[in-house]
Design a protein. Structure first.
Ligand SMILES: Nc1ncnc2c1ncn2[C@@H]1O[C@H](COP(=O)(O)OP(=O)(O)OP(=O)(O)O)[C@@H](O)[C@H]1O
Ligand SMILES: [Mg+2]
Lengths: 236, 403
């Protein structure tokens, strides 16, 4: 599978020690190809966020192999020294909680991601406004995050994650705070990005209204992959 | 995009309040530096006011300020004859309780109200008030007299006249009473005080010797009179000499020392004696306290920066998540520390410059002191921010997750 952007093989992750030990993930093998939109579902505590954070190189696996964009990132230890630069250029992350910087307005929250990649401030702001318009929050462009509704904040966060055209897009319940119409719009946007930028998109969701928007749906239970279905095929 | 400034703007009220508090603290620290420098400066002002190149004092003493010194008045003539000495003069020093005796005209009844009016802005003067003066007796036309007269005139040969430091609050024309004798103030000097901060007052050597005599307790006075037939003996505390510009003070001092009867100090030695012995304790006391204040300021700046950083854990973790390099995060913490320091420094300095002249003793704050203090504050802030920087660099990106 040479065009797989995300490849996990035998990945395991536990938290804590002794009595308090939780095996959050065990023996996960999964890959997401360029242009593919994969959903992750499962009951609360099944390890969805943990899996996403491992792919985002925020958490370190205990075992297995993690390959991203064709590069072995973790195998018995981090293989890449500058994880932050890697994240900045390859990964767009949409958090379960929006995590906007409270002291920057909506536009600058998005523009910051661009300036960190060397885009000039003026150009970064222009592109940020475009993205916000596209996500239908353009009219809130100069609002501070504390003044945004949950859905608006989430869309600003999506704009930030997409700003640098990352090849790997990870989203933890991105539509939880959106009404169903906007949830569809957000998902369509992710699908479009996947297609146009040949990006791999991995989305954690509980929301069955958007299940149809995924190429594949992977179910987790107690840290293991329970099954996989293809809603698109099912529909066809 | 400057994150430090944006964050400050977002929490402006809190930042300003912190700056205000820090400004007060730094203002106090700067005041201590000014007081410290003022004490040292005042200690030297007495010796400098006399503009003497060498001091001839009693043998085996470091007088006349560090130790008592008495020498015969005619020593002056011997000193004046030494090659390289341009002029020499006898001087006496005594600290006297004086009384501001009000208006012009020694015997004339004075109307306090009218005098206050006349004194105008100097109405601060308290007629009848007792003040301590460091009285210098010198021979007019010889070294040892007052430096620049800033108001009125010099003494000339007039008897019972006085030139006094402006800080005494006595205007020219007013009378000062010492040991039941009234002296007329004819001129003012400024920034001439004793090591204890008392205003200097110059009177003629003859007046000073009589004053000395009157202030001597009766028993001792009778003993003095026994040999002298009613007139006070011609003793002085020191002979000061001015040298020709080409003369080397060390060399001339060495020559006079060979007479064996006197101790000799050059101007540099006199200043060293004054700072290292006369005000040494006060200097060390103030120096230590200034040091402690700076240390306290450093600790407080460090704590403030540390708390500011702790409050931003989530934001810093988010920055790391979206790939901000350490450089941006270090800049965020350090710039805030420096801005805080700069604002506190500016506030504290402005505050102190406003109030420094209301201190009873000199608070010496020149551009040098302020620049030096600014540098110290800068270094303190840099050092203090290291703690915050260390904390910020240890924040894990995963700390941005969760509620
Ligand atoms: N930092 C952590 N320390 C200890 N245990 C953790 C940590 N993060 C997750 N866990 C545990 O790992 C398991 C998986 O958690 P995870 O957050 O991945 O679940 P989830 O599927 O995202 O749940 P939810 O749908 O509620 O978000 C849970 O039992 C959780 O308690
Ligand atoms: Mg979760």
């Amino acid at each position: 599978m040479s065009d797989a952007l995300v490849e996990l093989a035998g990945i395991a992750k536990g938290f804590g020690t002794g009595e308090a030990r939780v095996q959050a993930l065990a023996d996960i093998t999964l890959s997401v190809a360029a242009g593919e939109v994969v959903g992750l579902r499962g009951p609360s505590g099944s390890g969805k966020s943990t899996l996403l954070n491992l792919v985002a190189c925020i958490l370190e696996p205990d075992a297995g192999v993690l390959r991203l964009a064709g590069e072995t990132v973790w195998q018995g230890g981090w293989r890449r020294r500058d994880l932050r630069a890697f994240r900045r250029t390859h990964i767009g992350f949409i958090f379960q909680f929006h995590n906007l910087l409270p002291f920057l307005d909506a536009t600058d929250n998005v523009a910051l991601a661009l300036t960190l990649n060397g885009v000039g401030l003026g150009e970064a702001r222009r592109r940020a406004r475009e993205l916000l318009d596209y996500l239908q929050v353009g009219r809130r462009a100069v609002a501070m995050p504390s003044k945004l509704s949950g859905g608006e904040a989430q869309r600003v966060a999506i704009a930030r994650a997409l700003a640098n055209h990352p090849r790997i897009i990870l989203a933890d319940e991105p539509t939880a705070a959106l009404d169903s119409e906007r949830a569809q719009i957000a998902m369509d946007l992710l699908r479009r990005v996947a297609r146009e930028q040949a990006a791999a998109v991995l989305v954690v969701t509980h929301d069955d209204k958007i299940f149809s928007r995924f190429d594949r749906l992977v179910s987790l239970r107690d840290g293991r992959i329970e099954g996989e279905m293809r809603p698109a095929e099912a529909r066809a | 995009m400057n994150l430090a400034l944006r964050d400050i703007r977002h929490n402006l009220g809190r930042f300003l309040l912190t700056c205000f508090g820090l400004g007060l603290l730094l203002g106090v620290a700067l005041a201590m530096i000014g007081i410290y420098r003022g004490v040292v400066e005042e200690a030297l002002s007495l010796a400098r006011a006399l503009r003497a190149d060498i001091w001839v004092v009693e043998a085996n003493t470091r007088g006349p300020f560090a130790e008592a010194s008495r020498i015969a008045g005619d020593v002056r003539e011997a000193v004046a004859r030494v090659a390289g000495v341009v002029a020499a003069g006898s001087v006496t020093f005594q600290i006297v309780e004086a009384r501001h005796a009000g208006g012009p005209g020694g015997d004339e009844a004075w109307d306090a109200e009218r005098l206050r009016e006349r004194a105008g802005e100097a109405g601060r003067q308290r007629i009848g008030a007792v003040l301590r003066l460091q009285v210098v007796g010198w021979e007019p036309d010889r070294p040892g007299g007052p430096p620049e007269i800033v108001a009125g005139r010099g003494i000339g040969r007039g008897r019972l006249e006085m030139v006094v430091d402006r800080s005494a609050g006595i205007p020219p024309g007013a009378m000062v009473e010492m040991a039941n004798v009234r002296y007329r103030v004819v001129g003012l000097t400024q920034r001439t005080v004793s090591t204890g901060g008392d205003p200097l007052a110059w009177i003629t050597l003859r007046d000073a010797q009589e004053l000395q005599f009157r202030l001597t307790p009766p028993a001792a006075r009778r003993a003095l009179q026994g040999g002298g037939g009613g007139m006070p003996q011609d003793t002085v505390n020191a002979v000061v000499a001015r040298l020709s510009p080409h003369a080397r003070p060390d060399e001339i001092a060495g020559r006079i020392r060979q007479w064996k009867h006197f101790a000799v100090l050059t101007a540099a030695e006199q200043e060293a004696v004054l700072t290292r012995s006369v005000v040494e304790r006060a200097r060390r006391q103030l120096g230590m306290f200034t040091g402690i204040l700076l240390l306290v300021s450093a600790v407080i700046v460090a704590l403030i920066i540390y708390t500011l950083t702790m409050d931003k854990v989530r934001e810093i973790a988010t920055l790391k998540l979206i790939g901000a390099p350490d450089r941006s995060i270090v800049a965020l913490v350090m710039q805030q520390a420096l801005l805080l320091g700069a604002a506190g420094f500016a506030g504290g300095t402005a505050l102190l410059l406003l109030v420094k002249d209301y201190f009873p003793r000199r608070v010496l704050l020149g551009p040098e002191e302020i620049a030096g203090f600014g540098l110290v504050v800068f270094v303190i802030c840099l050092a203090a921010s290291l703690l915050g920087v260390r904390y910020a660099l240890r924040i894990e990106p995963a700390q941005a997750l969760g509620g």
